[in-house]
Design a protein around this ligand. Structure first.
Ligand code: AMP
Length: 595
């Protein structure tokens, strides 16, 4: 039935790079890829790391793993070599699938170079992947269209000084880094059919890493049955899915939103969606709306940070396009401020579309609090009510459930099919992180308010996590990247309001003796963070901090630092600060902050 049905409208980084992929074509590619992986020794239960941009081969690779019962561990292509290495090691992945290079807007990302660096780091730590399969993406033109595995057309923007697409550094079986193999060569030789491996509903489907408050990312494990059921159901009801819809989720598959609502949710419903490789501002700021018109998108799903970014350019880039096909507009990733919500509703949706503000997490697999379009009366900025079967509660510090109008910790009282099952290789950490603070409840780590009408309003993280452009980062992760610099003795990172990102990083650094604070040092620190974590973690502010406000037991008082970052002298109770003179000093040093 779905054989000839369109699975994806693929839109590349350049508007002319378009292709269509049917369910039938996808199945053949997935079977071939499963055969390729099997030939490389991949079996049920093995872990496969995937580090790729938003191209069809990414979907093929993840589904091929699923077909074999192997766990894919997708690492967002914006992460650094170090982050990739850490994730490969944590789940001892047998194999890496990556891409030569790609463009994000005008920026060239030499992905294979980063992948090589990661594999070198793994080897230094005594671990070697069996092989590295490389999709020729930027170098696709050399293949000719016929050979192109997903019928993607040649890239229109080749870069002459990039050699990665032409050469595989390790194309021999005797290098110490392992073996590099071209995807298209392996796929050409592979059979079109592959029996799926039968899995139990509770078998793991994939691992996806999310920041942990200790700084070490957690490998969130989702299962075959529960996760698939949950994403299929939430997709159907939250987007009011109908067969004639064209769905578009702008999230990268490297994040959970992409896993659930670019790949698994739409696929399980036989939906037609858009797979977009580019960015909202390239070649111009009306790109999203031109794609909406091009494919007659009916249901559109994006993040508040993208909405705020586009709002800055005014209404005309939006209204220049018809957008008549749009029916439902979704948002996810962070609290949406009412101003952005209203612009989304009034300008993008021309006041005719429902907005679904969906609250959920990597750990929950799918939507938890969300309106149902056309059925739930909306309030700008509220994720409204729980999805079917979800039982939220708001607790106070002592763990008592609060009734009626209340504010406190958001928890869930009963499990749902898509709940993560464990932290890969560390079940104790799973129990400690989510179930220890309030026994008997799943703790989200978010604060929440319930109003007099019973609507839920997420107030933001209440742990040491930061939400930058909808992506969670732990303060500990950034602090440890900072203190690895020889000039830094101690660091403390807090969130700071940002008009587009929602929140940005504000870092306080205490220098080692003999070092001076300078623009060169702050640049070095930013570079270090980009290399250790990735560009998303680049701080907006770094401030020299001769001392940090601490409690007598030595705990850094982030609440005070957040106030200092905002130049807000209303500090509340500071009686527990061990050395109050530090606070004055930091306020005085604010003017030395270098952006
Ligand atoms: P992640 O696991 O990276 O997807 O991040 C999950 C976190 O993003 C949640 O714990 C919230 O802090 C935040 N978040 C996601 N969706 C929403 C939303 N609709 N409203 C408010 N916060 C959200």
């Amino acid at each position: 039935m779905t054989d000839f049905f369109l699975m994806y409208f693929r839109e590349g980084n350049e508007p002319e790079e378009t292709t269509q992929i049917t369910y039938r074509e996808l199945l053949v590619q997935v079977c071939r890829c499963s055969n390729v992986l099997q030939k490389q020794g991949i079996q049920k239960g093995d872990r496969v790391a995937i580090y790729m941009p938003m191209i069809p081969e990414l979907v093929v690779a993840m589904l091929a793993c699923a077909r074999l019962g192997a766990l894919h561990s997708i690492v967002f292509a914006g992460f650094s070599a170090e982050s990739l290495c850490e994730r490969i090691l944590d789940s001892s992945c047998s194999l890496l699938i990556t891409t030569d290079a790609f463009y994000r807007g005008e920026k060239l990302v030499n992905l294979k170079e980063l992948a090589d660096e990661a594999l070198d780091k793994c080897r230094e730590k005594g671990f070697q992947v069996r092989c590295c399969i490389v999709v020729k993406h930027l170098g696709r033109a050399e293949l000719g269209t016929g050979d192109s595995p997903s019928q993607s057309p040649p890239i229109k923007r080749p870069c002459p000084d990039v050699q990665v697409s032409l050469v595989l550094k390790n194309k021999c079986h005797c290098t110490d880094r392992g073996v590099d193999l071209w995807w298209h060569e392996l796929m050409q030789e592979a059979e079109d059919e592959c029996e799926p491996e039968w899995c139990d509903a509770e078998d793991p489907l994939f691992i996806l890493y999310t920041s942990g408050s200790t700084g070490k990312p957690k490998g969130v494990v989702h299962t075959v049955g529960g996760y698939m059921l949950y994403v299929a159901t939430t997709f159907k009801y939250v987007f009011d899915f109908h067969a004639e819809d064209v769905f578009w989720c702008t999230a990268d598959i490297g994040w959970i939103t992409g896993h659930s609502y670019v790949t698994y949710g739409p696929l399980a419903n036989g939906a037609t969606s858009v797979l977009f490789e580019g960015i909202p501002t390239y070649p111009d700021v009306s790109r999203l709306w031109s794609i909406v018109d091009k494919y007659k998108v009916t249901k559109f799903y994006t993040a508040p940070t993208a909405i705020r970014l586009l709002m800055k350019f005014g209404d005309e880039p939006v209204t220049r396009h018809s957008r008549a096909s749009l029916q439902v507009l979704g948002t996810v990733g962070e609290p949406i401020n009412p101003e952005a919500w209203l612009w989304y509703h009034q300008v993008v949706g021309a006041q005719r579309c429902s907005i679904v503000d969906t609250f959920w997490q990597t750990e929950t697999g799918g939507h938890m609090l969300t309106p149902l379009p056309g059925a739930t009366p909306m309030k700008p900025g509220s994720a409204t009510f729980p999805f079917f079967g979800v039982a939220p509660a708001i607790l106070n510090e002592s763990g008592e459930e609060l009734e009626g109008e209340a504010e406190g910790y958001l928890v869930f009282k009963q499990p749902w099919p898509g709940i993560m099952r464990t932290v890969y290789g560390n079940h104790e950490r799973f129990e400690a992180t989510y179930f220890k603070k309030f026994p008997g409840y799943y703790v989200t780590g978010d604060g929440c308010r319930r109003d007099q009408d019973g609507y839920y309003w997420i107030t933001g993280r209440i742990d040491d996590m930061l939400n930058v452009s909808g992506h969670l980062l732990s303060t500990a992760e950034v602090e440890s990247a900072l203190v690895e610099h020889e000039a830094i003795a101690e660091a403390a990172v807090v969130g700071h309001p940002h008009p587009v990102k929602g929140e940005c990083l504000y870092c306080f650094v205490t220098l080692c003796d003999g070092y001076t604070f300078s623009p060169t040092l702050t640049e070095e620190l930013k570079k270090q963070i980009r290399e250790k974590i990735g560009p998303i973690a680049t701080p907006d502010y770094i401030q020299n901090a001769p001392g940090l406000p601490k409690t007598r037991s030595g705990k850094i008082m982030r609440r005070v630092l957040r106030k200092i970052a905002q130049n807000d002298h209303d500090l509340g109770d500071t009686s527990t600060v061990a050395d109050p003179t530090v606070i004055c000093q930091l306020f005085n040093h604010r003017c030395l902050t270098i952006q």
